[in-house]
Design a protein around this ligand. Structure first.
Ligand SMILES: [Fe+2]
Length: 295
């Protein structure tokens, strides 16, 4: 297995290895896992992933999420991200699927709004448009390390509220349905996620973040906006241009990403599996002290 760096200080391509190799072999998995901890975004090309091979690969990294209510694939381990409607044609721009794609174009990390946040997301390209539709990544680990020491210290001791309905409301009022709101109450997490393998901290924020615990609303919002802007500064991203057969996995603890638009009439179909974070991934220290004491 060769590791070829791709981005500005993070992201790498794994060559000479397949999803099946990593799923089947402990030694290959250990090497891929070490690369994941180091590089935060891993790209595998030419994989021709099926749902089964993608899930077997993903399970290596931890327990798979069950897809939430309101997403395509609810109740399974798969989320289908597409603009192809149930009748097989591309949906109009005001369709719920298209609005969801638009919400994915806000900088975020996956599942920070869930009771158990995600370690990693694995996305495979099944049908890609000829133009656009890239996924853009930034390292929130490098962003944390760019902060001055006083700001790092401050951030490490702050807790942030995340809400799915908040990010959706930025696209269209009511985009988060009453069922989604009921299933996904706001969650509070430490602003910095420390990786237990290498000890490096990363800013843990997203479009879902709306308030800082113990701070006045406007001041908290301002701090979130400033840190989001610093984390996504021009020149700091890796842009993945998808080819059919690509699989990309990323560390939701140490990156943010956003989808890029593509011409509305072009069909696109991507399948995501998502792996929940466990205590071994540093989850315990992310909980507010009140919840740590209660559990
Ligand atoms: Fe995402």
């Amino acid at each position: 297995m060769d590791i070829v760096p791709l981005g500005p200080g993070f992201a790498a391509e794994l060559r000479g290895v397949t999803l099946a190799d990593i799923a089947a072999d402990d030694t290959v998995y250990a090497a891929a896992r070490a690369a994941f901890e180091d590089h935060s975004v891993l790209v595998l090309r030419g994989q021709e992933a099926t749902d089964e091979s993608q899930l077997a690969f993903s399970r290596r990294f931890g327990p798979p999420e069950v897809t939430k209510v309101g997403s395509l694939g609810t109740g399974t381990h798969f989320i289908t991200l597409t603009n192809i409607g149930p009748d097989g044609t591309v949906v109009p721009p005001d369709h719920r699927y298209a609005l969801r794609n638009k919400a994915n174009q806000l900088w975020h990390t996956d599942s920070s709004f869930k009771p158990v946040p995600a370690l990693t997301s694995v996305l495979s390209a099944r049908l890609v448009p000829d133009h656009g539709g890239e996924t853009e990544y930034v390292s929130t680990r490098l962003a944390f390390e760019r902060l001055d020491p006083a700001m790092q210290k401050k951030a490490e001791n702050l807790f942030v509220w995340h809400d799915y309905a908040h990010s959706r409301s930025q696209i269209a009022p009511g985009l988060a349905s009453p069922e989604e709101r009921a299933a996904l109450p706001p969650q509070c997490w430490r602003m910095v996620w420390k990786n237990p393998v290498n000890g490096r901290g990363a800013i843990y924020l997203a479009s879902h973040a709306y308030a800082v615990e113990g701070m006045e609303v406007a001041a908290g919002k301002k701090l979130i906006d400033e840190l989001m802007a610093a984390a996504t500064a021009p020149g700091t991203s890796y842009v993945h241009k998808w080819k059919s057969g690509d699989v990309v996995m990323w560390d939701n603890r140490a990156t943010m990403h956003r989808g890029r638009p593509w011409p509305a009439p072009e069909p696109r179909l991507m399948v995501r599996t998502t792996i929940s974070a466990t205590e071994a991934d540093g989850l315990a220290s992310m909980r507010p002290p009140s919840r740590q004491a209660a559990e």
